[in-house]
Design a protein around this ligand. Structure first.
Ligand SMILES: [Ca+2]
Ligand SMILES: [Ca+2]
Length: 209
């Protein structure tokens, strides 16, 4: 029995993933620079899109922009990421969005810099008529075009910190664009490696003795 469990332990260690980690941030404030969309509740924009991730409330609370007033940008502040990484895979803007008319498109964007703050946006994605999750991926820091550093992602870098994220609606020919949920994601590899053989084997040491 002990030998079997030890074998299982070794196999688990060998099969351990490379400690891929995800951290998510809902918006906590409206940008003072880009605050161009409308809140369905008439209050803060961020409050209509900070639905619990994985449980958006569809048309109960959303931000919108009618076709005649596009393009328009809505940016948000958020609580800074706090990670311990050995490598950062990407930063993603996620929006659960739809259009009520036709030809609507959405971009995701990041605002980066210690001053000036510069704007970087993804390519556009066409919107569906029903709520769909759109993911806009930034594999590198667009201001440096190099791999993200932890300090940049956490907003503490002295030159190229991530400051705000945004959505940019464009191109509709009728109706309006709606977003019910929006958030920021960082995908990274944890520092210090993943599950080690030692940590897997230790609980099994006493089995069978
Ligand atoms: Ca850190
Ligand atoms: Ca909502």
């Amino acid at each position: 029995m002990r030998r079997l469990l030890l074998t299982v332990g070794v196999l688990l260690a060998l099969a351990a993933p490379a400690a891929a980690q995800v951290q998510q941030r809902l918006p906590t404030s409206d940008s003072a620079t880009y605050n161009e969309w409308n809140a369905s509740g008439g209050g803060s924009k961020f409050a209509d899109v900070d639905d619990t991730i994985g449980a958006d409330d569809a048309d109960s609370t959303y931000i919108s922009k009618v076709f005649g007033s596009l393009p328009a940008v809505q940016a948000f502040g958020f609580t800074a990421f706090s990670i311990t990484s050995s490598a950062i895979t990407n930063v993603q803007v996620v929006a659960i969005a739809r259009q009520t008319g036709a030809d609507g498109q959405l971009r995701g964007g990041l605002r980066i810099g210690a001053g000036p703050v510069n704007d970087y946006q993804s390519s556009a994605q066409a919107l569906s008529g029903s709520y769909t999750t759109y993911t806009f991926t930034f594999a590198t820091n667009p201001q440096t075009t190099s791999a993200w550093t932890e300090a940049e992602v956490e907003g503490t870098d002295g030159t190229n910190p991530l400051v705000e994220f945004y959505v940019r609606g464009q191109s509709a020919s009728s109706g309006e664009l709606r977003i019910t949920n929006a958030y920021l994601v960082v995908n990274y590899t944890a520092a210090g490696g993943g599950v080690s053989p030692t940590s897997v084997m230790l609980p099994l040491t006493g089995v069978g003795q």
